[in-house]
Each structure stands twice: as C-alpha cells, then as structure tokens.
Write a protein that binds this ligand. Structure first.
Ligand code: GDP
Length: 367
C-alpha cells in the first residue's frame, strides 16, 4: 500500500518550511517503512493516538507501531505556475501526487519578513494559489471535454454523457473556484477520477498565526476565516503557530505536552494537524495485537473487514475468512484477551462487517 501523503503548499514566506521543520523534528526514519519516499522534502510522521499508547501499556512486552502519514513540503508556487512559470510544472506534479493538501496562509504580522509582491493581503495571497490550481485544472478539463465532444459526435454514448459533467466543472473552474465546490456525487467523482484534478483533492487551511491565544484580537486571522467561509463553506481551517510548534518540538518529548499546556494549548498543534488530515481524508484506525507488536493501521471509514485485512497483508484480503473483534474500550476494561473471551466480549464477524474506529481485529484467513 502506498503511503498517504499530505502536501504542504502556500506562497513564499508564509511559514511552510517552518511548519515542515516542526513536523520533521518528530519524523520517524523513512528507512523503516519500505513504502515511504526517501526525500528531504518528505517527512514520515506517526499518527498520534493515545489508544495505542494505552494498549502498549497493558500489553507489554510488545513493540508499538503507529500508523504513519507522509508530509511533503511543496515549495515553488508563484502566480503563473499553471503556465509553467517559476517551478510551476514541478510544483504541480507534486501537488498531483498528494492525497490531500494543507494550504498554509500567512496570518502573522511581521514587517521584517518580506511578502511577495501583491500578497500583503493574506486573503489575496490565498486567492493566488487557488487561482493557479483552478487554472491548471481548467486546462485539463477543457481538453477532456473537447475529446468527449469529438467522440460523442461519432456516436459514443458514454462520452456524450460526460460532456455535461465536464462543462459544469469548466464553468466552476473558469470562475477560479475549486472543483470540490461542485460537490460531485460518488458516481460523478468516479467518472472524472482519471483526470486527477488538483482542486478535487481534500484541502485544509492552516492559518499561521503569531500566538494561538483565544483572548486577543486577530484581525488578519478573522479576515482570512471570513474570506474562506464565504468561498468554501465548511472548509477545515486550523490556526497554528508554525514558529511556536518548531520551538515545542525542540524540547524533550516528555516536556512538550507540559509546555503546550502552559501556553494554553491542549496538545501540540502538530497532533491536531495530523488528526485533522486524517479526518479530512475519511480515514480511521484499527488495531492488531500480535506476538511481538501492538499496531495501529489506517483504513477508510466504511471499509469492510477484508479490506482492513488487506492492509496487514495483501493476501489476507483474498483469503479472508472471519475477523474476531473487540473494541478498544471493552478490551481496556477486560485488560486481557482471556478475560475478554470469558466475558463474551469478542465477536466473530464476517466479510460484510464494517470496521469501526478503535476496533481490535484478529484475522482468520486461508493463507
Ligand atoms: P516559506 O517560504 O513559506 O517556507 O516560509 P518560512 O517557513 O521559510 O518562513 C519565512 C519567514 O517567516 C522565516 O523567517 C520565519 O522565521 C518567519 N516566520 C514563520 N512563521 C512565523 C510566525 O508565526 N511569526 C513570525 N513573526 N515569523 C514567522
């Protein structure tokens, strides 16, 4: 399974690298994960989950293995990227590869940090990137619509059916709005999936603020939030201080939570960011307990048990027979599998079982 990757984009000097540095300071060695990309612009991060820590406590002496995501620092976006200006093409290539995007917006005020020309208004700066992504998609969609029309003229019904859908997307993109805003149905999404549209990717926004305190006034932050709320209602918007996060991760691991707490943060912002990314992608976690390790795995919300089995081993999906399962909550009360079994807390589920977040699964397979 390829790793999930989240691309970090934004204008120059908004704090992308600072945020990326904070992320990579808590990164795990990519060598340990055969499917990960080894690249200085890629950080492999464990998805923080206190449930896994708890299982590890109850079940020594086993190794603890957390699910991971890749963060990619995608620098180089400038106005005109969709026409190949700046590092345009390379930039768009990286964006295309990502499963989801984090768009970092500058919401700190610091006259010593230069802003690229014409971007001193953060909402406008944000718009520059959105426009470039939309224009890159518009080109793809227009080409595809022309092909569909040609084929439709020679009697291809399926292609004829696609024209209307592509025209809708074209209109949306032509207004420099993301294809996401068209809210396509599952079926429509399938029909355009081969186009790999950039603005269909799940996107969240990180407002890079000076200090994340709830009390003071934040005119810049408020403005950007308002702009986004009008343009993309329901968008995921987080406020983070990249600089503060970069400081927090310099501390020894056991002091980070305390320091974050002293600043009035419930947990370091990176944990929130990673979790939000997970939610945005429609993912959740199940656990396995083996002889030597207790491990968290990532699976789509709504996935059936065989798909989850396939995460553990590709052959397990094909050879899936049943899954014995107990929810994390019940297991923690029982504390041992033996007690759980005696209390009848372990169920046996078949191939139609929809995996729940926090399930502990034991797969029975014919492999
Ligand atoms: P990038 O070009 O988007 O990768 O931006 P960088 O991460 O390199 O940051 C650009 C400059 O802004 C650097 O000098 C950072 O130290 C500074 N910077 C980043 N985050 C903050 C912040 O929250 N507050 C202030 N005052 N400066 C920041």
């Amino acid at each position: 399974m390829a790793q999930l990757s989240i691309g970090i984009i934004g204008l120059p000097n908004v704090g992308k690298s600072t945020l990326f540095q904070a992320l990579t300071a808590v990164a795990v060695p990519a060598e340990n994960y055969p499917f990960c990309t080894i690249d200085p612009n890629v950080g492999v991060i464990e998805v923080p989950d206190t449930r896994l820590d708890r299982l590890h406590e109850i079940l020594p002496p086993r190794e603890k293995v957390a699910p991971i995501v890749e963060f990619v620092d995608i620098a180089g976006l400038v106005a005109g990227a969709s026409r190949g200006e700046g590092l345009g093409n390379r930039f768009l290539h990286y964006v295309r590869e990502a499963d989801a995007l984090v768009h970092v917006v500058r919401a700190f005020e610091d006259p010593t940090v230069v802003q690229p020309e014409g971007t001193s208004d953060p909402a406008e700066g944000l718009g520059i990137i959105e426009t470039e992504l939309a224009l890159a998609d518009l080109e793809v969609v227009t080409k595809r619509r022309q092909t569909a029309e040609r084929k439709a003229r020679s009697g291809d019904k399926e292609e004829a059916g696609l024209v209307g859908l592509l025209e809708r997307l074209e209109r949306r993109l032509d207004h420099e709005e993301p294809a996401r805003a068209e809210h396509l149905s599952e079926d429509e999404l399938k029909r355009v999936s081969s186009l790999a549209l950039l603005t269909l990717k799940p996107m969240m926004y990180v407002l890079n603020v000076e200090e994340p305190d709830g009390s003071a006034e934040h005119p810049v932050e408020d403005r950007v939030r308002k702009w986004l709320a009008e343009r993309e209602p329901g968008a995921v918007v987080l406020s983070e201080s990249a600089r503060l996060e970069a400081e927090i991760v310099q501390l020894p691991a056991e002091e980070r939570a305390e320091y974050a707490g002293a600043l009035g943060l419930q947990e370091p912002g990176l944990a929130r960011l990673i979790r939000a990314g997970y939610r945005l992608l429609g993912l959740h976690t199940f656990f396995t307990i083996g002889e030597s390790e207790v491990r968290g795995w990532t699976v789509r919300v709504g996935a059936h048990a065989p798909e989850a089995a396939g995460k553990v081993h590709t052959d397990f999906e094909r050879g899936f027979i049943r899954a014995e399962t107990i929810h994390f909550r019940d297991f923690v009360q029982a504390r041992t599998l033996k007690t759980a079994r005696e209390r009848g807390l372990i169920r046996s589920e078949g191939k139609d079982y929809v995996v729940q977040d926090g399930d502990i699964l034991f797969f029975r397979t014919s492999v």
